[in-house]
Design a protein around this ligand. Structure first.
Ligand code: HEC
Length: 148
């Protein structure tokens, strides 16, 4: 089911720009197509979830979520931040990782978190995750979404 949403974003423009060095000059109106879909931050390539999710990653991701996210997020109801249940159906893995790894720039420049800031009036704080931590949380969130 979730795979359908990501169809078509792998191929096509095979841009070799990592666009890291130019990010200092970018304003919200100048996001690339990649950044609109996958967010702004250290994850600059498409991240694919396997059809069969990795149990070890799910367990790891759930632990980190409890520790570092549950103070502000629940899956199925609004809390300090928006509910995250179903989020892997509407956002790409790379977007989610960039939001976790680079929240302040995402809130400043990406239209989705920008709008959410207006609604929730709280700034999501940087949880100092490693890229592996963020990847594990995506696996956990996807496993919850696939139960439904
Ligand atoms: C201090 C509270 C807080 C913490 C801790 C926090 N968040 Fe957030 N999060 C928010 C708020 C508030 C928003 C809405 C954007 C904003 O105002 O910053 C948000 C937005 C998001 C979004 C974007 C949702 C969308 O619809 O695109 C994702 C994804 C997310 N958070 C995931 C996480 C994860 C995963 C963690 C743990 C690593 C985490 N957040 C930790 C408060 C928090």
């Amino acid at each position: 089911m979730a795979g359908v949403l990501f169809a078509g974003c792998g191929g096509g423009s095979d841009s070799k720009n990592t666009s890291k060095d130019s990010s200092g000059q970018k304003e919200s109106s100048e996001l690339t197509d990649f950044q609109m879909e996958h967010g702004i931050g250290p994850v600059t390539e498409h991240v694919e979830l396997d059809d069969t999710l990795n149990e070890k990653l799910i367990t790891k991701g759930e632990k980190i979520f409890e520790l570092k996210c549950s103070a502000c997020h629940k899956l199925n109801s609004r809390y300090v931040g928006p509910p995250l249940g179903g989020i892997t159906n509407t956002r790409t893995p790379a977007y989610l990782m960039n939001m976790m790894l680079n929240p302040s720039e995402m809130i400043q420049k990406h239209p989705i978190p920008k709008a959410l800031l207006g609604e929730y009036a709280t700034v999501m704080t940087d949880q100092n995750l490693s890229r592996e931590d963020a990847r594990a949380i995506v696996e956990y969130l996807a496993s919850e979404d696939r139960k439904e």
